[in-house]
Design a protein around this ligand. Structure first.
Ligand code: HEC
Ligand code: HEC
Length: 244
């Protein structure tokens, strides 16, 4: 009996040991998987998180301080003194909502939106400086949009959408005149045409992938290059003509 009991307890021990081993290796690999995901997310974080601290920071942005900081950092060299750019391929930033502008600057700073020029500038300053500058540009006015519908597809894409391609109308989010909606959807009316095309193509090719939930990547993927150009003609501002 004793030996049987012994063998049982041995067996129990073995089973327990095996179970423990299985558990350790399982949780071990789970931690590994979690770690792997964490590093992938850390490296390629698709977007800034809208934490209460971040929202507080955005709200606290001071336009006056932002104006001074933007001057100091020479943002006007490319984006103009009033946020209207001097080049067709450089975005107008006047009138962007502070939350959208802050998110873009923050994402440049931490490498989630790729652009060397912008990253170099954003890296130098504090997150509060970014919030101040975003608040300043929000107070400025955008350029008028062209509003040219180059084909029949443009009004459809803008006002009706295309359910075959699961495309919501642009105006659902960006508003009828491209003025944007709330804090998170940027104004696109009067955006520089070339930047408009560049950035839509970047979404399409997933070179720009800091958009929350991949909203704009989903849309741009479903548009042809011609449609993107036509939408730029509709929403974009007149190109700057180089003086001889
Ligand atoms: C040397 C030129 C240059 C300077 C100086 C510069 N920018 Fe930019 N900025 C650009 C270009 C080009 C882009 C578009 C990059 C891209 O495609 O992501 C851009 C993008 C942006 C965007 C995103 C706009 C959008 O619609 O998504 C913001 C906001 C911005 N810049 C703000 C600033 C601020 C604030 C400063 C000063 C700290 C600054 N920029 C300095 C050239 C410049
Ligand atoms: C479901 C809502 C939604 C719809 C529909 C939508 N957008 Fe957007 N769009 C957004 C959001 C949100 C952003 C900001 C994404 C980010 O953070 O990069 C954005 C950003 C953009 C930008 C970048 C602006 C800049 O200055 O860089 C362009 C251009 C744009 N949208 C064009 C369009 C066009 C054209 C359509 C219609 C074919 C469209 N969008 C439909 C939500 C939408």
């Amino acid at each position: 009996m004793k030996s049987f009991k012994n063998s049982v307890s041995h067996k129990t021990l073995w089973v327990a040991a095996l179970l423990a081993f299985a558990l350790v290796s399982l949780t071990g690999s789970a931690t590994l998987v979690a770690k792997k995901q964490e590093t992938t997310i850390g490296k390629e974080a698709p977007t800034m998180s809208w934490s209460p601290e971040i929202i507080k920071r955005i709200r606290s942005g001071d336009p006056q301080k932002g104006e001074a900081m933007a001057k100091k950092l020479k943002c006007q060299k490319c984006h103009g003194a009033t946020g209207i750019s001097d080049e067709n391929d450089t975005p107008n930033i006047a009138g962007l909502s502070r939350a959208y502008a802050f998110k873009q600057l923050f994402d440049y700073k931490y490498g989630r939106r790729k652009d060397k020029i912008m990253r170099r500038r954003c890296e130098k300053v504090t997150d509060q400086d970014l919030a101040d500058m975003a608040a300043w540009y929000e107070t400025l006015k955008m350029e008028p949009m062209m509003g040219i519908a180059a084909s029949k597809t443009v009004p459809v894409l803008v006002n009706k959408g295309d359910m075959k391609r699961l495309l919501l109308p642009c105006e659902t989010c960006h508003n009828a005149k491209g003025t944007g909606r709330g804090q998170l959807v940027p104004s696109i009316g009067g955006q520089k045409r070339e930047h408009f095309i560049d950035t839509m193509t970047a979404y399409k090719e997933a070179d720009r992938k800091n958009d929350d939930y991949g909203v704009m990547r989903f849309i741009a993927e479903r548009l042809s290059d011609d449609e993107i150009e036509e939408l730029a003609l509709y929403y974009g501002s007149k190109p700057i003509v180089e003086e001889e």
